[in-house]
Design a protein around this ligand. Structure first.
Ligand SMILES: Cc1ncc(COP(=O)(O)O)c(C=O)c1O
Length: 419
């Protein structure tokens, strides 16, 4: 199996650096995956579980575009629904009836939620959720988890980041994941000034293993929120419709007040949603939050088609099973080469890490060697399984991983990596 080169990607990136800050700002920056030289920079086309870069290299995508792709790239059912709506109307002077249809569908689908609001990105709805919680409670503080990510807004980023002021960060308090006692301590310290608790269903921090909720964690958090009148916000932007079609709270057995959805909602079409309980509908009506493209009808049509298809296919169960199969066989392969692969989190969106070297060097080289052979495996992020990751794709992936482990051994034998 020959390894890929990225000449055209690199040429494009050089051009980009003179006209776009950082060339590619944010989470798709080439600085994110290490070693950068092993990863493509620009994509040319995509279909099913794969995308092709501008150099013509084909990749099985284990990032699913950071989560939006769930049915496979270019899914006909979703694309037909979007095309039909684009041909009728998309951004017009009034919203489309699709907005009502989608809200009704979501209210019917997602357990415990009685209304839906639509925007574009995840941060649009985490921002809105926090505003709704503040409006409903008349309080300022928000409690989040250390390392938890809810979008790039200034309140979320924290003071260590450029462009963030102390005022932006002053109302956000962070506690460790799975630490109910730390939440009780904050409640005692900031009595009656905590508006909301926000967290993802399980903990997925970049550079760290994923962590599942301990037995009883969510029900204890929920009980404190109820006792103290704190709004419980579930950020289901990354996990939503991957663990359970009724919402990830059903998977873990608790009841939030507000749920943020985005990524898998429409298989890549731009749409996000905040859903909530009746008790918060009045506050949600009072908060002003909107955007030029938030009423686009085609992504709403795409979301309806995508959700119906995911439900019809019992997608979460199928994807979990594919993830279990893939990662257990990947672990066996690692052992056969003398390595230890640590797999954490839920199989449908697991984090994998070579545990033989705490410096991450071996892990990064192996991820890069997989990618240079056609299985795009990010070095420091959870991976995603989609409905397009079928048996043939898993088989091809495992053959690539096998070669990548052998290549990694070669680096060590030649003394090119010392850990
Ligand atoms: C859990 C979670 N919340 C919020 C966001 C922010 O979403 P967006 O980048 O669409 O604003 C992300 C994005 O990765 C996320 O993973």
């Amino acid at each position: 199996m020959s390894t890929y080169t990225y000449k055209r990607s690199q040429e494009l990136f050089e051009r980009a650096c003179s006209v776009i800050p950082c060339g590619i700002p944010g989470h798709m920056s080439p600085a994110v995956n290490v070693p950068p030289a092993s990863y493509p920079i620009y994509a040319a086309k995509a279909k099913g579980a794969c995308f092709w870069d501008v150099d013509g290299n084909e990749f099985i995508d284990y990032m699913c575009a950071y989560g939006p792709m769930i049915l496979g790239y270019g899914n006909e059912v979703v694309d037909d629904a979007a095309r039909l709506q684009y041909a009728l109307a998309d951004t017009t002077m009034c919203p489309s009836p699709k907005m009502v249809e989608l809200a009704e569908f979501l209210v019917d689908l997602v357990e415990g939620m009685e209304w839906a609001f639509f925007a574009k990105n995840g941060a649009d709805v985490t921002n809105y959720a926090v505003m709704v919680a503040r409006c409903a409670t008349g309080r300022e503080k928000v409690v989040g988890i250390k390392g938890g990510y809810h979008g790039s807004s200034a309140w979320m980023q924290g003071l260590a980041h450029h462009g963030v002021t102390p005022a932006d960060a002053s109302n956000v308090l962070r506690i460790p994941w799975n630490d109910v006692g730390a939440f009780e301590d904050l409640v005692a310290e900031h009595s009656h000034n905590i508006a909301a608790f926000i967290a993802t269903p399980n903990h997925v921090a970049t550079f760290y293993d994923n962590e599942l909720p301990e037995e009883g964690y969510w029900t204890k958090i929920e009980a404190i929120c109820r006792r103290e009148g704190i709004v419980l916000i579930l950020d289901d932007i990354r996990h939503g419709f991957r663990l359970n079609m009724k919402g990830s709270h059903v998977h873990y057995g608790f009841t939030p007040d507000l749920i943020c959805f985005c990524k898998a909602l429409a298989n890549g079409y731009p749409i996000s949603s905040l859903m909530g309980t009746d008790a918060l509908k009045n506050a949600a009506s009072r908060v002003f939050h909107t955007g030029s493209y938030w009423y686009q009808a085609a992504p709403m049509a795409a979301a309806l088609a995508c959700l119906k298809e995911l439900k019809r296919l019992d997608a979460p169960q199928w994807m979990q099973a594919q993830g279990e199969k893939l990662f257990s066989q990947m672990g066996e392969l690692a052992s056969s080469h003398g390595y230890t692969l640590k797999v954490t989190g839920e199989p449908v969106m697991a984090n994998v890490r070579l545990a033989d070297d705490p410096s991450f060097m071996l892990h990064q080289i192996w991820c890069g060697e997989c990618t240079r052979r056609g299985a795009f495996i990010a070095s420091h992020h959870n991976l995603f399984i989609s409905m397009a990751h079928d048996e043939a794709i898993l088989e091809k992936t495992l053959a690539i991983c096998d070669e990548a482990f052998a290549a990694l051994k070669g680096y060590q034998e030649r003394g090119e990596v010392v850990c």
